[in-house]
Design a binder for this molecule. Structure first.
Ligand SMILES: [Zn+2]
Length: 277
């Protein structure tokens, strides 16, 4: 699991409430938080795309009030009694309290510009969007819903990869989600995969790269292992930006790099293009 989270620096000055201003980690500008939020969490200056939680992402993508959450009752368990710096059970509890969500994915049905679809969205605010059994199961159920209801499927990936605290149980989700996608493909379904910053590890190595269309947000980190791991393994200097959306688009791994403000119209266009409704 890659620990690549970069939190915006908060200005802590007397008289200015914490969090009213934020610094863009890319251009360094001080930004009024409200302005950034209104721009779909994109820096108005340099267009840096901030990471957003699953619920914010869903609100940005679907027609207002159209989201119907499903499979919300799935709760993670600490089957392996895993302990690193703290126990997995304690970690889960503090993440649940922090985010108000049981785990790192939210799924359901919604509409984008009037077109119905099933969507599953990963949440980078919950254990860096890592994929454990619950995330894998929710994504699988979303895929199965899309098959049964003959609806297009959108999965938004934003993840550090498989969740080490669930070890092999987490790795099994790669096979499970991929097998479910094969059934969606057999049924003639449409799968649009959107890669947000970051999409790495076991998520990249399974469903994220199996889209009929693979979209990515600008400058998103997309890869399997991190640059340092690759360097330590093969000792070869890799080209500048080789794990960013634009490089991957150029080399055919990603179909389109899409600015966040254009995602709704781009997804609607792809649904229409494939004649799925
Ligand atoms: Zn900026």
């Amino acid at each position: 699991m890659a620990e690549t989270e970069k939190e915006p620096v908060k200005l802590q000055k007397e008289g200015i409430p914490e969090g009213l201003w934020m610094r863009c980690p890319d251009c360094g500008d001080m930004l009024f938080r409200k302005v950034v939020e209104e721009a779909l969490h994109v820096c108005p200056g340099c267009q840096h795309h901030f990471r957003v939680s699953a619920r914010v992402r869903i609100a940005q993508l679907v027609d207002e009030g159209s989201f119907e959450e499903r499979h919300a009752d799935l709760e993670p368990v600490d089957a392996l009694k895993f302990v690193d710096k703290k126990s997995y059970q304690d970690r889960l509890e503090s993440e649940q309290e922090k985010t108000g969500n049981p785990d790192a994915a939210v799924c359901g049905k919604g509409f984008i510009k009037g077109r119905p679809l099933i969507l599953a969205v990963m949440d980078p605010t919950f254990m860096m969007g890592s994929m454990g059994s619950v995330v894998g199961e929710k994504i699988t159920r979303a895929i199965e819903d899309a098959v049964e209801e003959r609806l297009p499927l959108l999965i938004v990936s934003c993840s550090g990869g498989a969740r080490m605290q669930e070890s092999a149980l987490s790795l099994m989700q790669m096979a499970k989600t991929s097998a479910a996608l094969a059934r969606l493909d057999d049924a003639g379904g449409l799968f649009v995969s959107l890669l947000a910053d970051p999409t790495t590890g076991g998520v990249t190595a399974s469903f994220a790269m199996l889209g009929d269309f693979i979209l990515a947000e600008p400058k998103a980190l997309i890869g399997f292992a991190g640059p340092r791991t690759i360097w330590n393994t093969i000792k070869v200097e890799l080209p500048e930006g080789f794990q960013r959306s634009e490089f991957l688009e150029e080399h055919g791994f990603v179909d389109f790099v899409v600015h966040r403000r254009d995602l709704r119209s781009e997804i609607a266009r792809l649904i229409d293009f494939c004649g799925k409704e």
